[in-house]
Design a binder for this molecule. Structure first.
Ligand code: GDP
Length: 451
C-alpha cells in the first residue's frame, strides 16, 4: 500500500456522441455568430458608439449604465458613461474612477455579435492585427465635425483601414459619426462619403462592400433607431444595426480541416477546468474529440464545448468557442498556438516567401511577423523580386530595395518555428512594438512555402 502518487493523473475519458456536425449545424436554430472590429481615429467616438449599441441592445443592464452615468457626471463628463460600457482601461481609471467592465457581445434577432478588439486599448497595432484576423467585417468610425474629419484622415483612419483590409477583412461599414455636431449637413456627409470611398477603394475594398451611415453615437440617432431630428430627414437608408445585420453573409470553411488559433488559455484550478478560447477559422469539432496543439505537437481531449458562452455538443467555423480540455499539461497551450487534428495537422515552418505590399522601404532587415495573435521576431532574408501590381509578373529580380507602394515577393526567416500554411495573411512590422506605424507590408492571399 502506501501513498497514492498524485502527480500521475488518471486519463479523463469523454464519450463522443459521434455527431455529424455539419448536419447538426444545418438543422440548428442557433443564432449566427459575427465578429467585427471597430476602427478609426482617436476621439472619433468609437467607444461611445459601441457603448450605445450595447446599451440599446440590452447587452448591459440599466442599473450598471445608471451607475456609469452617475460616476461620469461626478467628474463632469456625462457622455463618458456610454464609453465605459466598453473596457476603456487606462485614461478614465487614471482619474481615480474604478469601473468593473463590461461586455463586448450583443444580440439581435438573428445574430450574436462580438466586437473583437474593442477600442480603448491604446497599445493598438498588435491588438488590432489580432482582432482583424478574427473579424468578419469592420466598422470605421469617422468624426464628421469640421476639422476633425480632416485631421482623422491624416491620423489613424487610413492606417487602420489599410491594416484591416490587409488582414483579409472585405466588408466595411463607415459610421459617419457626430452628425449632430454639423447639424446633419448633407453636403458634409456627401463630401466625407466621397473622400472615404475613394480611399477605401484604393485600399482594396470593393465598392459593393462599402456602406455609409450618418449617425450620432451620443444621441443614439441612426444607431439602433432612426433619427427623429427633422434635419436628418434626407437620410432614409439603414441604421447602423440594420447594416450590421445585413453584413453577416460571409461563408466559413466548414468542410476544411480544423483550425483554431488559441486566444486565451485559462489554466483552471480545483473548481474550474483547463480551457482555451478562440474562434474556429475552419472545420468543426465536437465533445469527445482528440485535438492536436501546434507547434507543441501535444494532443488533448475536448471535454466540453461552449459556443458564444453557452454549452454546446459541437462547434463550426466562424463561431467563438471555449473548449474545456483534459489530458494535457497547460504548459503546452499558448495564445497564438493552433488547434488542429492529427489526421490533418498544420505544418510549422521557420521560413517562407510572401508577396507583400510595402508600406515603407523594404530591404533585408529585422521584422516582427504577425499572424493573428501570434507575433515572432524574424527578418526579411531576401528580396526575391518586385512585381507588377495588376498581373503579378516579375518586374525586377533581386532588387536592392523595394519602395513604398510596391508589391514584391520576399523571403522571410523566423527565429522560431511557427504554424503557417497557405493561404495565411501576415503583417510585417519594423520598429518598436507599439510604434503603431511600423508595419511595413501586407501579405496577399496566396502564400507559397519556400521549401
Ligand atoms: P474614441 O476615442 O473613438 O473611443 O472616442 P469616444 O467615444 O471616447 O468619444 C470622444 C469624444 O467625442 C467624447 O467627448 C464624446 O462625448 C464625443 N462624442 C462621441 N460621440 C459623439 C456624437 O455622436 N456627437 C457628438 N457631438 N460628440 C460625440
Amino acid at each position: 500500500g502506501g501513498m497514492k502518487d498524485l502527480s500521475v493523473e488518471e486519463k479523463v475519458t469523454v464519450k463522443s456522441k459521434n455527431l455529424d456536425v455539419l448536419a447538426e449545424y444545418g438543422k440548428s436554430t442557433r443564432k449566427k455568430s459575427a465578429n467585427f472590429v471597430v476602427i478609426g481615429h482617436v476621439d472619433a467616438g468609437k467607444s461611445t458608439l459601441m457603448g450605445r449599441l450595447l446599451a440599446d441592445q440590452g447587452a448591459i443592464d440599466r442599473r450598471t449604465l445608471d451607475k456609469y452615468k452617475i460616476e461620469a457626471e461626478k467628474i463632469g463628463k456625462g457622455s463618458f458613461a456610454l464609453a465605459w460600457v466598453l473596457d476603456q482601461g487606462s485614461e478614465e481609471r487614471a482619474r481615480g474612477v474604478t469601473i468593473d467592465i463590461a461586455t463586448n457581445k450583443f444580440e439581435t434577432e438573428n445574430t450574436s455579435f462580438t466586437i473583437v478588439d474593442a477600442p480603448g486599448h491604446r497599445d493598438f497595432v498588435p491588438n488590432m492585427i489580432a482582432g482583424a484576423s478574427q473579424a468578419d467585417f469592420a466598422v470605421l468610425v469617422i468624426d464628421s465635425s469640421v476639422g476633425k474629419f480632416e485631421s482623422g484622415l491624416k491620423g489613424q483612419t487610413k492606417e487602420h483601414a489599410l491594416l484591416v483590409r490587409s488582414m483579409g477583412v472585405q466588408k466595411i461599414i463607415v459610421a459617419v459619426n457626430k452628425m449632430d455636431a454639423v447639424q446633419w449637413d448633407i453636403e458634409r456627409f456627401q463630401e466625407i462619403e466621397q473622400q472615404i470611398s475613394a480611399f477605401l477603394t484604393t485600399a482594396g475594398f470593393q465598392p459593393k462592400n462599402i456602406s455609409f451611415v450618418p449617425c450620432s453615437g451620443v444621441l443614439g440617432d441612426n444607431i439602433t433607431r432612426r433619427s427623429e431630428d427633422p434635419k436628418s430627414a434626407w437620410y432614409q437608408g439603414r441604421t447602423l444595426i440594420e447594416e450590421l445585420e445585413t453584413s453577416e453573409r460571409f461563408t466559413h470553411a466548414l468542410d476544411k480541416p480544423l483550425r483554431m488559433t488559441i486566444g486565451d488559455v485559462f489554466r483552471g484550478g480545483v473548481q474550474t477546468p483547463l480551457s482555451i478560447s478562440g474562434r474556429l477559422d475552419s472545420g468543426s469539432l465536437q465533445m469527445g474529440d482528440q485535438i492536436l496543439i501546434m507547434p507543441s505537437g501535444e494532443s488533448a481531449l475536448v471535454r466540453s464545448v461552449e459556443v458564444d458562452g453557452e454549452p454546446s455538443d459541437w462547434a463550426v467555423a466562424g463561431q467563438n468557442v471555449v473548449l474545456n480540455l483534459a489530458n494535457i499539461d497547460p504548459i503546452h497551450l499558448r495564445s497564438g498556438d493552433v488547434v488542429c487534428r492529427a489526421s490533418a495537422p498544420i505544418k510549422t515552418t521557420t521560413t517562407f516567401t510572401t508577396k507583400v505590399l510595402a508600406f515603407e522601404h523594404l530591404m533585408p532587415m529585422q521584422v516582427d511577423v504577425h499572424r493573428g495573435r501570434l507575433h515572432v521576431p524574424g527578418r526579411i532574408s531576401k528580396l526575391v523580386a518586385s512585381l507588377d501590381k495588376a498581373s503579378g509578373a516579375t518586374l525586377k529580380k533581386r532588387p536592392k530595395v523595394v519602395a513604398p507602394g510596391t508589391v514584391a515577393r520576399v523571403e522571410v526567416e523566423l527565429d522560431q518555428a511557427v504554424p503557417l500554411e497557405a493561404p495565411t495573411r501576415v503583417v510585417l512590422r519594423a520598429g518598436g512594438e507599439y510604434s503603431g506605424r511600423g508595419f511595413i507590408g501586407i501579405k496577399f492571399p496566396c502564400m507559397k512555402r519556400a521549401i
